[in-house]
Ligand binder design. Structure first.
Ligand SMILES: Cc1ncc(COP(=O)(O)O)c(C=O)c1O
Length: 334
């Protein structure tokens, strides 16, 4: 189901035919990029029990709500002052959005799918002030393969440091996952592809490592932690990064596995001398980086820590490990 035009899309409470899920060209989002969204995966556990599980659905929808809150789209429960403007808000709760995702998955029937909820300002007026425009919601689902190519997880990928920086603090909020932020991601991605790399790493405006166009980043030093532990370093949230759900997953699993975790500012040159560097993201999962700017990272192939983190990640998804934090939502297809 999906881009061949078959299947359904959820729009403001209704499942409509794929090709009928349209919006007006005068919608605020078309002109000003007024959208917040999520990217979520459902996995079909073919290798274990054949069930379909959505990974961290609630956490994604909560982040969607946080993004919406930053842009004054969530319900205004207790107005602090008399509002004189027409101020329209989101009318669905987190639980209703979770259900909308499940309903769309079930309507489309793909057992392995990517889920894309989008909250956006619709059609009413085209002043810069978005508040008079309705807050509309849609959920698409479709089948999707490996994001950085089928071999990426095993072989690793060749990437560059981008010519483009991530946006500065207090310009576009990096903690919000907004459509507009992806104009920056597009520049980073195109720059990388045009120069023969599969992905670009952006620096922050003060020249430190931020993240990939669609991934968070981890650096590993073997045996350099306390007591000779492997050290896993990632950028703090203040480095203009998205608070990745996969980033959080890897930090949680690595802590359980006893690795030393450090959240610190990463100077660019640390990328070249690390033993391993890998990306994390819903789309890219845990993708090892084998070279950066044509400099070999470590041994120039997937390292042992990246492999261990991939295994731990898929052990949770495939049900080989317990799921104490309820990261998995089971979806039935009858
Ligand atoms: C810019 C950016 N950073 C990081 C991530 C990773 O986030 P997550 O692990 O929640 O998918 C993404 C993916 O959505 C992204 O687009």
């Amino acid at each position: 189901m999906g881009f061949d035009g078959s299947g359904k899309i959820w729009m403001n409470g209704e499942l409509v035919d794929w090709n009928d899920a349209t919006l007006h060209v005068g919608a605020h989002v078309v002109h000003y990029g007024t959208s917040v969204f999520e990217g979520i995966r459902m996995y079909h556990r073919e290798s274990t029990d054949g069930k379909s599980v959505v990974f961290r659905l609630k956490d994604h929808i909560e982040r969607l709500y946080n993004s919406a809150k930053i842009y004054r789209m969530t319900p205004d429960e207790a107005p602090l002052r008399e509002r004189k403007i027409k101020d329209r808000r989101l009318t669905y709760s987190v639980d209703e959005m979770i259900q909308a995702c499940i309903d769309t998955l079930q309507a489309n029937g793909d057992k392995d799918a990517y889920i894309r909820p989008v909250v956006y300002r619709g059609y009413a007026s085209l002043g810069v002030d978005p508040r008079p425009c309705p807050v509309d919601l849609t959920v698409m689902t479709w089948r999707w393969g490996k994001y950085l190519g089928p071999e990426a997880l095993e072989q690793g990928v060749d990437v560059c440091v981008s010519n483009w920086n991530r946006f500065a603090p207090n310009t576009l909020p990096a903690l919000a996952k907004t459509g507009a932020n992806y104009m920056n991601s597009q520049l980073i991605k195109m720059d990388a592809l045009e120069n023969g790399y599969v992905e670009g790493i952006a620096l922050s405006t003060n020249g430190f490592v931020s993240e990939g166009s669609g991934e968070n980043l981890f650096v590993v030093f073997h045996g350099k932690g306390k007591g000779g532990k492997d050290q896993l370093i990632t950028t703090p949230l203040g480095s203009s990064v998205l608070p990745g759900i996969t980033r959080h997953t890897i930090l949680t699993l690595a802590a359980e596995m006893g690795l030393e975790i450090v959240e610190q500012i990463i100077p660019r040159e640390m990328l070249y001398i690390a033993d391993e560097v890998f990306f994390t993201g819903t789309a890219s999962e845990v993708t090892p980086i084998r070279s950066i700017d044509q400099i070999k990272v470590g041994e120039g192939k997937r390292g042992p820590v990246a492999k261990m983190m991939q295994e731990a990640y898929f052990d949770v998804i495939d049900g080989r490990k317990p799921d104490p934090a309820n990261w998995l939502t089971f979806v039935d297809f009858d």
